[in-house]
Design a protein around this ligand. Structure first.
Ligand code: COS
Length: 384
C-alpha cells in the first residue's frame, strides 16, 4: 500500500494553501460576520479554476475528474482557511457540476458545464424540503408533464448556495404511487420564470456560504433537462450524494486540521503556572487525540476518493468518510475551544468560528445518523 501523494497532488496542496492564506484567511472572520462570500476571493477562485475543480479541461475545468484525492486536497486546503468557502466549492463541484458531467447528455454538458466551470454560474443541489430531510423520499415539489416540458411547483429549503445559484439540480416528485420510483432530477436555470429565492437563512456556522429557501411557481423546464432517466430521481439523488459526501468529508478534514494547528500553536505560546500549557499532560492528551481524529479523517477521506477513482462501489466508503471526518472536526474544534479557555469563546480567536462551523458538518448532506443507516444498510445487504 502506497500512501504517498503524487507530485501533482503535492503541488495542488502547495498552490491552494498559498491561495487560501492570501485570499481567504484575512477575510474569513468578516465573511462569517457579514454572511457572504468575499468578492475579491470569489474572482480569485474563478481565476484559479476552483469552480471547475472536478470537471475535465475540455469543458473548461481543472481536470481533476479522475483525481478525487486531488479534489479533496483542494477542498481541504480551502476549508482549512474558511469552511464556508469549503462547503461552497464542495457543493458546487460535488453535487452540481460533477453530476452533470457524470450523468448528463453531451448536450447538457455543452449547455451547462462551461458556466459552472468558470464560476459565472454557481451550482446548487436542491433536495431538502420542510417534509423531506433525512427521509429523502418525502419530496413534495411536483413536476407535471405538459407537452415537451415539465411544470415544477413547490418549495425547497436549506439549499446550499441556493440564493446565489445560476444552475440548480432539483429533485422533484413525478408520480403519486411509490415515491422512491417516481422522482426525477431536473437541471434548472435560475433565470427561468416562476423561480424565486425565498428566505436567506441566518445560521450557526459556515456563515459565509449562502443557505436559502427556493420557490418554484409554474417553472417550465424542457424535458431535455432531465438528468439521467425519468423516474430514477431517488437513486440519482443517492448516487449524487455518495460522491458529494467525499467532498464534505474533505471540508470537515480541513476544518479539523485548522483546529488542531491553532491548538498546537496556542499550547506552545500560552503560559500558565510558569510554563507553556503544552507542557501539561492534560493538554498533551487532548492534542494527541485531536491529531489521531484528524488523521483518521484524512485516511477515510482519501480512501473513499481512491475507491471512487478505481470505479468501484464507493457508497459505504463515502458515508464512512463523511461520518468520521465530521465527528473528527467536531471533536477537534471542541477541544480547541477548551484548550484556548476563555479566549476560545471570543471572536478574536478563530477557534470560536471553527466550533460553530464543525457542528454543521454533522448535519448537512446526511446527518451522522443517516450515515450510520447507510453504512449498516450496506453491511446487512452486501456483507462485510
Ligand atoms: N445508489 C444507488 N441506489 C441507491 C442508493 C445509492 N447510494 N441508496 C439506495 N439506493 C436504492 C436502493 O437500492 C433501493 O432500490 P430498490 O428499491 O430498487 O431496491 C432504493 O434506492 C431505495 O433505497 P432505500 O430503501 O435504502 O431508501 P430509504 O428511503 O430507506 O432511504 C436513506 C434511506 C436514509 C439512505 C436516504 O433517504 C438518505 O440518504 N437520506 C438522507 C438524505 C440527505 O442526505 N439529505 C441531506 C440533504 S441533501 S443536500
Amino acid at each position: 500500500m502506497d500512501f504517498s501523494l503524487t507530485e501533482k497532488q503535492k503541488m495542488l496542496r502547495k498552490i491552494t494553501r498559498k491561495f487560501a492564506e492570501e485570499y481567504l484567511v484575512p477575510v474569513a472572520k468578516e465573511s462569517d460576520e457579514k454572511q457572504e462570500l468575499n468578492k475579491t476571493a470569489f474572482k480569485k477562485m474563478q481565476e484559479m479554476n476552483y469552480f471547475g475543480a472536478c470537471l475535465p479541461v475540455k469543458y473548461g475545468g481543472a481536470g481533476l475528474e479522475n483525481d478525487t484525492i486531488g479534489f479533496c486536497i483542494v477542498i481541504e486546503e480551502i476549508s482549512r482557511a474558511d469552511a464556508g468557502w469549503g462547503i461552497t466549492i464542495a457543493v458546487h463541484n460535488g453535487v452540481a457540476a460533477y453530476p452533470i458531467y457524470k450523468y448528463g447528455t453531451e448536450e447538457q454538458k455543452q449547455t451547462f458545464l462551461e458556466d459552472l466551470a468558470n464560476g459565472n454560474k454557481v451550482g446548487s443541489f436542491c433536495l431538502t424540503e420542510p417534509n423531506a430531510g433525512s427521509d429523502a423520499a418525502g419530496v413534495q415539489l411536483t413536476a407535471v408533464k405538459d407537452g415537451d416540458e415539465y411544470i415544477l411547483n413547490g418549495t425547497k429549503i436549506f439549499s446550499t448556495s441556493g440564493g446565489i445559484a445560476g444552475t440548480l439540480l432539483v429533485v422533484a416528485k413525478t408520480g403519486d404511487k411509490d415515491s422512491r420510483r417516481e422522482m426525477t432530477v431536473f437541471i434548472v436555470d435560475s433565470k427561468t420564470p416562476g423561480y424565486s429565492v425565498g428566505v436567506k437563512e441566518d445560521k450557526l456556522g459556515v456563515r459565509a456560504s449562502n443557505t436559502s429557501e427556493l420557490v418554484f411557481e409554474d417553472v417550465r423546464v424542457p424535458q431535455e433537462n432531465i438528468l439521467g432517466q425519468y423516474g430514477d430521481g431517488f437513486k440519482m439523488a443517492m448516487r449524487i450524494l455518495d460522491f458529494g459526501r467525499i467532498g464534505i468529508a474533505a471540508q470537515c478534514l480541513g476544518l479539523g486540521q485548522a483546529a488542531l494547528e491553532a491548538s498546537v500553536k496556542y499550547s506552545n505560546e500560552r503560559v500558565q503556572f510558569g510554563k507553556p500549557i503544552g507542557r501539561f499532560q492534560g493538554i498533551q492528551w487532548k492534542l494527541a487525540d485531536m491529531a489521531c481524529a484528524v488523521e483518521s479523517a484524512r485516511l477515510f477521506t482519501y480512501k473513499a476518493a481512491f475507491i471512487h477513482d478505481k470505479g468501484e462501489d464507493f457508497g459505504t466508503a463515502s458515508s464512512m468518510a463523511k461520518l468520521v471526518a465530521s465527528e473528527a472536526a467536531m471533536q477537534a474544534a471542541h477541544d480547541a475551544v477548551q484548550i484556548h479557555g476563555g479566549y476560545g469563546l471570543m471572536k478574536a480567536y478563530p477557534v470560536e468560528r471553527y466550533f460553530r462551523d464543525a457542528k454543521m458538518g454533522e448535519i448537512y448532506e446526511g446527518t451522522s445518523e443517516v450515515q450510520r443507516m447507510v453504512i449498516a444498510g450496506n453491511l446487512l445487504r452486501k456483507g462485510v
